[in-house]
Design a protein around this ligand. Structure first.
Ligand code: SIN
Length: 317
């Protein structure tokens, strides 16, 4: 007689996990951690193969690849998912979050769960939100210290309505570039400025061309960790439990490593004599916040009228 369970044990399940950033980043490191924990928990029944740096798929085709089960996991920024899940635009609203603790409460709490559940509509299993950190500005020709400095600049953004409008409200135009092409575009001087976390700015070397960096902490960069739903459903219950537990541990670890890596990269940038590092003044930040107000009313009017209140009460509880 064939013991199906025994047979199953001999078959190793492979999860191909594709992402677009370097390994030495909050996402890159959390992916590695998740792979290690899951392999251990499943006693080697699951093997996770990670493809970093957009080597398999980039921003433009990774979601399709996930839906086709060509890869089983991706972790795009939630900004890049807003065309599919417009409710997630809320996470792009500038100056919504002010501390890492607020971010963690929202993304790992009840609201994060509600936001992830929205993926049911598109047959994707949402496993978690991961953090990278707050975005800063890098620019090539001059430092960005006042909102007026944005006038007529070409600023690269991720494909998100909120992010595009954010720079348009400051008088700039926005250009959408896939992350894997960003360095080339920066190097060819096609983009005057961009927003990103220090860990992305450092690990991809954007600072070598755009050497003016302003610490603005104006927006959040985080990820939705996604799995192909049919693949998820094909896993036996005990392996699903292993995935959930491994993801919980990797997520906790991600929030810690995100803070650490961005801090480390800040120290490295501070030591680099070629970097012009500035901090946005409090008075100027108030002006930016005023400029960005229409993004909030537009979200409440056009996308969702209650989420913003819920997030605010979660943050101020
Ligand atoms: C990422 O962190 O995954 C990329 C962010 C970007 O496209 O700027």
């Amino acid at each position: 007689p064939v013991d199906e369970e025994q047979q199953g044990l001999n078959k190793q399940i492979v999860i191909n996990f594709s992402h677009v950033v370097a390994e030495d980043t909050p996402k890159g490191q959390a992916a590695i951690k998740f792979a290690e924990i899951l392999e251990q928990k499943s006693n080697g029944r699951i093997h996770v193969v990670i493809y970093p740096n957009g080597m398999l798929y980039n921003d433009n085709n990774e979601l399709k690849a996930l839906q086709n089960n060509d890869v089983q996991m991706i972790a795009p920024t939630f900004s890049k998912m807003t065309k599919t899940i417009p409710t997630w635009e809320i996470l792009d609203l500038p100056y919504l979050f002010h501390t890492d603790e607020e971010v963690e409460d929202v993304l790992n709490g009840r609201i994060g769960e509600q936001l992830l559940n929205q993926l049911n509509r598109v047959n994707i299993k949402g496993l978690a939100f991961w953090n990278n950190g707050f975005k800063q500005m890098s620019s090539e020709k001059k430092p960005l210290l006042k909102w007026e400095d944005f006038k007529n600049l070409k600023v690269r953004t991720m494909p998100s309505h909120v992010l595009q409008s954010q720079f348009e409200l400051l008088g700039a135009s926005s250009i959408n570039t896939s992350f894997d092409e960003l360095y080339t575009e920066v190097e060819k001087h096609k983009i005057d400025a961009q927003e990103n976390t220090l860990s992305n700015i450092y690990s991809k070397g954007f600072y070598k061309v755009q050497n003016h960096i302003t610490l603005t902490n104006h927006g959040l960069l985080g990820y939705a960790v996604l799995m192909n739903e049919d693949f998820w459903n094909s896993l036996p219950q005990d392996l699903q439990d292993d995935v959930v537990e491994a993801m919980q541990e990797a997520t906790e670890w991600n929030f810690q490593i995100a803070k650490k890596l961005n801090q480390q990269d800040l120290e490295k940038l501070k030591k680099d004599p070629n970097i012009d590092l500035n901090t946005l003044s409090v008075a100027e930040q108030k002006k930016w916040e005023k400029k960005f107000k229409p993004l909030y009313s537009s979200y409440e009017k056009n996308i969702n009228s209650t989420f913003l209140e819920e997030i605010r009460s979660e943050i101020h509880h």
